[in-house]
Ligand binder design. Structure first.
Ligand code: AMP
Length: 268
C-alpha cells in the first residue's frame, strides 16, 4: 500500500478504473467492508482520510473527533487498500470553498439537527471526486441520508461516477459500528437503538402504532431526536396505508454522543 499526504493527482495511475472510499478515519470494520465491496468494481482502491471541518456544526465534536492515523494505515493495508490518501486542509481547500447545495433533504431529519452539515459534506465529497476522478465510489447505508444526498448531487451535476452502497456493519448486540462509539459509557443502553429498529420490523401493526411502541423503548438516558418511518424514494414520512419497503431512521444522543441508525422495514 502506498500512503501519501498531498499530491494525489501525481500518485494516481492512468488508464485504470479507480474506486474511492472516502472516510474520516478512526477506521473500523464498517469502513473496511466498503473496501471489500468496491474491489470487484475497480482496478485500484483509493481510501481517503480527511476530517472535514465544513461538515461539523459543533466545534467540540470536531476537536475531539478521534484521529488514529497509524492504526488506520495498518488497517487500510490489511484490508487491501492500494493508495491511502491523508490530505491536508490546503490540498482540499486551497481557497474559500464554494458550498454545494443540499436542497430540502439537506435540511430535514439530520439536517434539522445539524444545520450546514450536509452542505459541508457534499462540498468535500465533490472536491474528493474532482481530485481523484474515480469511476466508482462507495458509501455506507449507515449514513442513509448522506448516501441519498450524494446520489442526488451526482445526478444533478451528471458526474460520471457510479455510486455503490455498503450494508451497515454492526456489533454483536446490533449497535452500528461508528467512530464515535468509543465515547459511549452506557454501552448496554446504546443497544436499545437497534432493538427499536428490530421492534419496528417485527410488527404487523399500523405504522403509527409501531412508531409509538418503538419510541417508548428509547427512554432516558437516551435522548431521542427523531425516529420516523419514511418512503426511501421520497423521504416523506409514510402513512398507515403505505405498503412496501419503508426505512426506519433514527437519531439519539447518549453520553453526549450522537448516534444515528436506520434499517429496512417491510410493511405489508
Ligand atoms: P465516516 O468515516 O464516518 O465518514 O464514514 C466513512 C464511510 O463509512 C461512510 O460512507 C459511512 O457511511 C461508512 N460507514 C460508517 N459506519 C459504517 C458501518 N457501521 N457499516 C458500514 N459502513 C459504515
Amino acid at each position: 500500500m502506498k500512503r501519501i499526504t498531498d499530491g494525489i493527482s501525481k500518485s494516481l495511475p492512468s488508464g485504470v478504473r479507480i474506486g474511492l472510499v472516502p472516510t474520516m478515519g478512526a477506521l473500523h470494520a464498517g469502513h473496511l467492508s466498503l473496501v471489500d465491496a468496491i474491489r470487484p468494481h475497480c482496478d485500484v482502491v483509493v481510501m481517503s482520510i480527511f476530517v472535514n471541518p465544513l461538515q461539523f456544526n459543533n466545534a467540540a465534536d470536531l476537536a475531539r473527533y478521534p484521529r488514529t492515523e497509524d492504526a488506520d494505515a495498518a488497517l487500510a493495508e490489511s484490508a487491501g487498500v492500494d493508495l491511502l490518501w491523508i490530505p491536508s486542509q490546503s490540498e482540499i481547500y486551497p481557497g474559500a470553498a464554494e458550498l454545494e447545495e443540499a436542497g430540502w433533504l439537506g435540511s430535514a431529519f439530520e439536517g434539522l439537527h445539524r444545520p450546514g452539515h450536509f452542505a459541508g459534506m457534499l462540498t468535500v465529497v465533490r472536491r474528493l471526486f474532482e481530485l481523484v476522478n474515480p469511476s466508482v465510489a462507495i458509501f455506507g447505508e449507515k449514513d442513509l441520508q448522506q448516501l441519498a444526498l450524494i446520489r442526488r448531487m451526482v445526478d444533478a451535476h451528471s458526474l460520471p461516477i457510479e455510486i455503490l452502497a455498503g450494508p451497515t456493519i454492526r456489533e454483536s448486540d446490533g449497535l452500528a459500528l461508528a467512530s464515535r462509539n468509543r465515547f459511549i459509557k452506557q454501552r448496554e443502553v446504546a443497544a436499545r437503538l437497534p432493538a427499536a429498529l428490530f421492534h419496528l420490523q417485527g410488527s404487523s401493526k399500523p405504522a403509527s402504532l409501531r412508531l409509538a411502541e418503538a419510541r417508548s423503548l428509547l427512554t432516558a438516558p437516551l435522548e431521542i431526536e427523531y425516529l420516523e418511518l419514511i418512503d426511501p424514494l421520497t423521504w416523506a414520512p409514510i402513512s398507515d396505508d403505505f405498503r412496501g419497503q419503508a426505512r426506519a431512521i433514527l437519531a439519539a444522543s447518549l453520553d453526549g454522543v450522537r448516534l444515528i441508525d436506520n434499517d429496512l422495514v417491510e410493511i405489508r
